[in-house]
Structures are given as C-alpha cells and as structure tokens.
Design a protein around this ligand. Sequence first.
Ligand SMILES: [Zn+2]
Length: 448
Amino acid sequence: MTQRPAESPVTALRGPALSFSGDPFRDGLERTLVHEPDAIVAVQDGRILHFGPARTIQRLLPPGTAVRDYGKDALISAGFVDSHVHFPQTPMIAAYGEQLLDWLEKYTFPNELKFADKEHARHVARIFLRENLRNGITTSCVYCTVHPQSVDALFEEAEALGLRLAAGKVLMDRNAPDGLRDTAQSGYDQSQALIARWHGRGRLLYAITPRFAGTSSAGQLAAAGALWRAHGDCLMQTHIAENRAEVAWIKQLFPDRRSYLDVYDHHGLCGRRAVFGHGIWLQDDELQRLHVTGAAIAHCPTSNFFLGSGTFDVFRAMASERPVRVGLGTDIGAGTSFSILATLGEAYKASQLNGQSLSACHAWYLATRGSARAMYLDDRIGSLAPGMEADLVVLDMRSTPLIAFRMDHAADFAEQLFVQMTLADDRAIQATYIAGRLAYSRTTPSLV
Ligand SMILES: [Zn+2]
C-alpha cells in the first residue's frame, strides 16, 4: 500500500491588501484595482493558495493554520519588481558631477574592473540582495559586469535565497578600458555557458545583456541576436535613448540605421522579453515598433534625474493607440535609492514635469504587475492571486511620526497610498516574503 505524502502546511497573512487583476493604464482602475481592507493571503508550497476577504478565506483554511495578522495599518502587496538595475554599481551609488557618458568613464568602468575578483562580486551581491529585501524588492532584472564570475556570484547568492531573478553578463567589445572588454565570440561563448548553467535553474532566468550600442560593435550585436534566437525564452536587456549626447553618438556609430531602436532591431534584439532601459528620447516610430514587437521599457526616474538625462513620459509610452509595456527600475547606481516607494515618488515628479499626474494606484501597478509584465513574468509574479508565486511585501502605513500624522488627514485609500510613495522609504517595509518564506523582517533584521 502506498501512503499519500503529507500535505505541506498552509500559512497565512492577514491585513489590508492591494493588487491588480489587469493593466489600469489600458482598462482603468475600476476594472483592475483589487483593494481588500481585510484580506487573507494563504500560502502553500511557495505559491498563493487563496487570496480574498478574510471572512471568506478563513473558512477555507485547514484547522490550526497559523495566521500572521499584521493589523489594519499594514498593507500586503505582491513584492516589488525592479526591471532595471546594476548590482555591481552598489559601491558607487551617489557619484558626483557627471552625465551619462562621462559618468561611465570616470566612475562606472573603474568600479566594474574590480568584479574580476569573484569574492568581491559575492560580497557586493550579498549587500545588493540584502538591500533589495529590506526594500520589498523580490525580483529584479540585473546587469552584472563583463566577467562571467560576477554572474555566478550573483546567481549563487540569489539561489540560496530562493529568489526569482533575471541577470546576465554585460557584453562590451569596444569603447571600454582594458580588462572590461570581451569579443563578439568570447561574449557569445561565455553567455551561452552561463545560460546552460543558470537559465531555468530554480527560479533563475538569464538575460542576454549587451550594455548598449556604444560599447558593442555591430558584430557583437549580431552575435547577441543570434544567441537570443537560439535561446528565445531568455530575456534580453540593454539601454536605449537615455541621454541626448548618447543618442547623437549612436547615430554617428551606426549611420546606416534609421533610428536608435533600429540598431538593435536590425541585429535581432527587439521583441518579446526585451527590456530597454530608459527610452526617454525615443521617437514615435520607435515606440510603435516596441508596441508591435512586444518589447518593454524600464522607467528609471531617480537615475534620469540624477544624471540629468531627462524626464521619461510614461503616459506617452503607454498611450492607448499603441501601448508599450513599461516597468519601473531603480537603475542603481545611477539611480539613487533602493526604495521603490522613493522611486515612485520620483516617477510622479517626472510625470508632473510632462504635464500629467501619475496616480498612486497606477504607480503601484508599474512597480508590481507592470514590471512583471515587462519581463513576461506576470503569469507568475507581480499580483496576488491563487497559483502565483508567494513573493510578498508587507508595508507599515505609519512608519514615521510625520507619515502617521499625515495618514490621519488622508481622505481615502488613494491618498494614503500617495502619502507612502511621496514620504515613505525602507522604514515602511515591515516584512518581505520569498516563495512564502519570511526573508526579511524589520523587527529582526538579522534574518538577512
Ligand atoms: Zn542602467
């Protein structure tokens, strides 16, 4: 007689909850916003088993289920998704005085040389992932350096935490110092070996990562395109139209291409699972092409302000006649904060400078389901629903004396949420769960 294996235990979180059942930019908040003032999220085997009003879900829980009640001043959400970030730049966040191309030369490249040393890479990866968890970021799309060992170090640390994370070795065969260049062939071979080692292992995914057209020759871009064709379920990430001097330079480097996006498109680097960082200076025909091919833009407002790059127009990119997938990115270390709340506050300011207001609920979508959709992972992460992976963040909506005072004067939930993205930071993150496991708790930070 065979014995049925014992069922894994069910655990549950209780408190106010926020999620999205679709895209509010396309379908409106009324049809997509899920705000439950007293919810239960039940978890089993790393996935969400039930989500809904506590009075309904309570009846479905097995007797004796441990329910962690976070109280009425909490907010449970799907974990934040950072769709554009450079882990090796953690040690150089807040580097003074330069715009993109000079900033790369003066600060970024010397810093990235140090990642030839795997132990240095591992040390920085640990600090980077700890900061992610402290800020409720449960998935990110990460640039490593040109060194394969920098990718191994990050993936090894992410695997130990059970994270869903995408990352890749930067491809860079020109306009970079000795020690930071590969070749079209070596970059291809090293990336292919990393894909074989890491892509689809646990929850890890590989992202083919040409840094940008300024540091990759046409031959390397073509090799990256061939690699992506051979491994179509990998992501592809690069930078585009971040800064006006960069846009002019790319035009000089590729005089035969119609546009910046066409440089990538021509080499097979535009399509589903492509995430383009920034896209501030894209033309309408380029946005149209992103829409048609299903490629995405990562909006990185703190970085754009810090480097003086410009203000990305999220409403233009997501315009209903040809909506582009848009996610949110911290872009550490040009970005200035690991806090997604602070990043959303800057996204609001960018939209204001473009003459439109980004509502807190629309902003929250960008940081969760929107970023997941940009990475083609919205069937697994980014929202609260049965079957989704149980990556969760729990906020404290009264994390500082000023915020607590301000919350007493908030008329409704939308205003409460807007107060968070304008005033709150890492102190508002009470707990972060990875696949249902408590990975960070504000009260016991030694967990990570
Ligand atoms: Zn970047």
